[in-house]
Design a protein around this ligand. Structure first.
Ligand SMILES: CC(C)(COP(=O)(O)OP(=O)(O)OC[C@H]1O[C@@H](n2cnc3c(N)ncnc32)[C@H](O)[C@@H]1OP(=O)(O)O)[C@@H](O)C(=O)NCCC(=O)NCCS
Length: 146
């Protein structure tokens, strides 16, 4: 299999965000605050020419952390391509770009189902789990990049 990772638009992420993160909800719920900001980075992972994974990195500060921060949002791999370590490749590629921008902390709100995935990628938990309406229980996670 040959996989490539490249920058995509916010709109292009919807083809993966919708089935894996917003299934059974209207397509418009795929839109996220910050999607169109000039400093937001959307990465797509392609299997040949087919988009199978997405991750978005947004310039968002969280008061729990100090230093220059980005938030990882909309992380998803199509079900057909899960459990092949492809999600990790997207995180690695995003981290490389953020390090060049001198970003010090990458953080995210993680669903319980994805918690082990993020822990394996070197993220650590901050504080207690919390609920996000319509999505479920989440953990605040972060990883130092520099
Ligand atoms: C979470 C997600 C991004 C992980 O991406 P991925 O590329 O599938 O990640 P990995 O392949 O590294 O691992 C996924 C699981 O497959 C398992 N796995 C990996 N290789 C495997 C194999 N050869 N055989 C069986 N299972 C395997 C891993 O143990 C892991 O399970 P765990 O996380 O419960 O421990 C992806 O599953 C996904 O898009 N899920 C739905 C959307 C979602 O929840 N996104 C995160 C929002 S916070």
């Amino acid at each position: 299999m040959s996989y490539t990772i490249k920058e995509i638009t916010a709109q292009e992420t919807w083809a993966v965000r919708h089935p894996v993160l917003r299934a059974d909800r209207p397509l418009a719920t795929c839109s996220m605050d910050g999607d169109l900001n000039a400093d937001t980075l959307h990465l797509g992972l392609f299997d040949s020419n087919n988009l199978v994974g997405v991750a978005s990195f947004m310039n968002n500060q969280n008061s729990q952390f100090t230093g220059r921060q980005y938030q990882l949002r909309g992380m998803g791999i199509l079900e057909s391509h899960q459990k092949k370590k492809l999600g990790g490749l997207l995180i690695d590629a995003g981290e490389e770009k953020l390090k060049q921008l001198k970003v010090e902390v990458l953080w995210c709100n993680a669903r319980i189902k994805a918690l082990n995935f993020y822990l394996r990628k070197g993220f650590t938990i901050s504080g207690l789990p919390f609920d996000i309406e319509n999505v479920g229980v989440h953990y605040l996670l972060s990883k130092k990049l520099q």
